[in-house]
Structures are given as structure tokens and as C-alpha cells.
Design a protein around this ligand. Structure first.
Ligand code: BTN
Length: 328
């Protein structure tokens, strides 16, 4: 991955944030003039970096903004596929829409579209997805897997496993997966995943995986009507998160599980999914577009389909829909 001067500068400042770095040292490390160093420092300050400058001592980083620009995400990211190209937008209709357009024009696998705010964010089953500016993550990732069309459901599950691991890596939280696409923390939803497919005959052209995360909201930031069923990482962990770090963690874990999936197949992902799920073993109500069935979730198939056993012992395949964990 090509690293720009400004990314190298951020890296040096972040990794030496308890000392001053002289203009001379930075200019030697970056291979640019001291005036260019100063210009880059000014550029970073405009983006919200608090950098102290002291004559004859140099520059010291005091704080960094919670930005999710490409530059911020790329700092310390060591993936080969996911995040190779990152496009950041302040406001978009939906990152899914932008990602689809880019994929149609040939954007590479692993391209990430991330936005601070969405005006027409969408969820599963034609629902709306609310992305307020400053405290959430909304991103879409282009994937071009060479797999059968029937294996598409694997991806929502693979992404869910990656996000659970990513959240665990940066927090003390214990997220759980609610089939097929929700991630709950202490029983409340904080992440939604939307997988959209573009295919011809039996050939997948691309998948767009959309991820929406409530990260730093406090309870009053969430719409009143969902406060009893939704949450954020910050509400549950009692501290704020750096969103760029969360995104990096997701891209890193996604690459790990994607490569595992390509090498070892879905079974390796299925086992982890079942362990991280709060659905398997529970009594649930499944609402599909055709019917409502009650029973116990007994597992998922090798195609990623949920298996529900009703009172009579009949097994039902739940391909899509909503499930409700029955607490009575
Ligand atoms: C759901 O739980 O129904 C899925 C929500 C998915 C939301 C994300 S936010 C980024 C991407 N852009 C969208 O418009 N939707 C997805």
C-alpha cells in the first residue's frame, strides 16, 4: 500500500506523542523540506489535530480528532484486500448506493466507502437506517467472491463474526450475533449488516456489504422509540471509542475471516458463528414474508440458513425474515 507523506507524518506524531519532534528530524524522515513539514502540520491542525509547536523544540501531538477520513483509517492498517482503496464522504444518500455505482464501474474488491452522515441510509427489508454525524459508523465494502450464488448468505454471517471479533479486540464488551445480521450488546442492537448482491445467471458480479454501527451515542442521541431495543458501544462500555480504530479492526478481522473462508470453506466460520450467536438454543418466533413460526433455533445449515424446530419436532428452514427471541 502506498503511504503518503501526510500519513507518514501522522504515524510519526502518533508514535512519538510524549515528545517533541524537531522540524529537522521530520524533514529528514519524510524526505521533504521543513517548510513542507510546516504546511502539512497546518493542514492537520485544520482537520482537528491539536499539535503544539515550540521554537527550537519542534512539534508535539496533543490530541487527534475522532475522524473517519481515509487518511485516519489507513494509519497503521496492514490489510492487503480490505481498505486498499478507501473513499470518505462527509454526507451521502447511502454508502450502499455509492458502493454499487463504484462496483459497476469496476472498483476493486475490498474498496471501502465510508460516510460521516447518510440522508437515505437503508436497512434490511426496506427499512430506514439512521446515521447521525459524529458518533456512528456507516460503511459499505465491495466484495467480489468467486463462489456459487447459493453461498451468498455465508457473507452476512462471515461479516458478523468479523465484527464481533473486531469489537472484542478493542473493548471489554461481549457482543452476540442475532441471526442473521444484528449484533447485540447486552441484548440490545448496536450493529446492523446489509448484504446486497449483483449477479447474472449463477455468477456473482459483486456483493456490497453495508455496516452500520452505533458507536459513541449517549442514550438521548438514540431515537426515543428505539431506546429500549438499541444501544451504542459507548453506552455499554462506559467510554468513547475512536471510530477509525474500530473500522481498522473490522477490516483486519474481515480479511482474516475472508481468507479463512476461501481456504477452509464455510464450516470454519459456521462453528465460530454458532459460538458467538445468541440465537442458537433459544426459543424464537420467526416472521418470514409468508408465515410466523415458533420453535427452537437448533443451528444453521452449511448454506447459512437458520434451522427451527417446532413443538411437533418438524424442522423449518428460515432463509430470511426477522426473528424474536421468546422470553416468556
Ligand atoms: C439492518 O440492520 O437492517 C442493516 C442496516 C445496515 C446499515 C448500513 S449503514 C452503511 C450502509 N449504507 C446503508 O444505507 N445501509 C448500510
Amino acid at each position: 500500500m502506498q503511504t503518503s507523506t501526510i500519513q507518514k507524518l501522522i504515524f510519526l506524531l502518533v508514535n512519538n506523542d510524549n515528545e517533541f519532534l524537531s522540524g529537522q528530524k521530520l524533514s529528514a524522515e519524510l524526505g521533504v523540506s521543513r517548510t513542507a513539514v510546516w504546511k502539512h502540520i497546518e493542514e492537520l491542525r485544520k482537520e482537528g489535530y491539536d499539535i503544539e509547536a515550540v521554537a527550537r523544540k519542534g512539534y508535539k501531538l496533543l490530541s487527534i480528532p475522532d475522524a473517519i477520513t481515509a487518511k485516519e483509517i489507513l494509519n497503521n492498517l496492514s490489510t492487503n484486500i480490505f481498505g486498499k482503496d478507501i473513499f470518505f464522504y462527509q454526507v451521502v444518500t447511502s454508502t450502499q448506493k455509492i458502493a454499487t455505482e463504484m462496483a459497476m464501474s469496476g472498483a476493486a474488491e475490498g474498496t471501502v466507502i465510508v460516510a460521516e452522515e447518510q440522508t437515505e441510509g437503508r436497512g434490511r427489508l426496506q427499512r430506514k437506517w439512521h446515521t447521525p454525524s459524529g458518533n456512528s459508523v456507516a460503511m459499505s465494502i465491495i466484495i467480489r467472491p468467486r463462489i456459487l450464488l447459493s453461498s451468498t448468505p455465508h457473507f452476512t454471517l462471515l461479516v458478523a463474526v468479523s465484527i464481533v471479533k473486531a469489537i472484542k479486540d478493542i473493548s471489554t464488551l461481549n457482543p452476540k450475533i442475532k441471526w442473521p445480521n444484528d449484533i447485540l450488546i447486552n441484548g440490545k442492537k448496536s450493529v446492523g449488516i446489509l448484504t446486497e448482491l449483483n449477479a447474472e445467471a449463477d455468477q456473482i458480479n459483486f456483493l456490497i456489504v453495508g455496516i452500520g454501527i452505533n458507536v459513541n451515542q449517549v442514550i438521548d442521541d438514540l431515537p426515543k422509540e428505539i431506546q429500549n431495543i438499541a444501544t451504542s458501544l459507548a453506552i455499554e462500555d462506559g467510554k468513547k471509542f475512536r471510530r477509525a480504530e474500530l473500522i481498522r479492526s473490522i477490516l483486519t478481522n474481515l480479511e482474516y475471516f475472508y481468507e479463512k473462508y476461501i481456504k477452509e470453506g464455510f464450516t470454519s466460520i459456521k462453528d465460530i458463528w454458532e459460538k458467538e450467536s445468541c440465537t442458537i438454543g433459544e426459543n424464537i418466533i420467526a416472521k418470514t414474508s409468508l408465515e410466523t413460526i415458533e420453535g427452537r433455533a437448533v443451528g444453521i445449515t452449511n448454506d447459512g440458513i437458520l434451522l427451527l424446530e417446532d413443538k411437533e419436532g418438524n424442522i423449518h428452514n428460515i432463509i430470511s425474515g426477522d426473528i424474536f427471541i421468546d422470553t416468556k
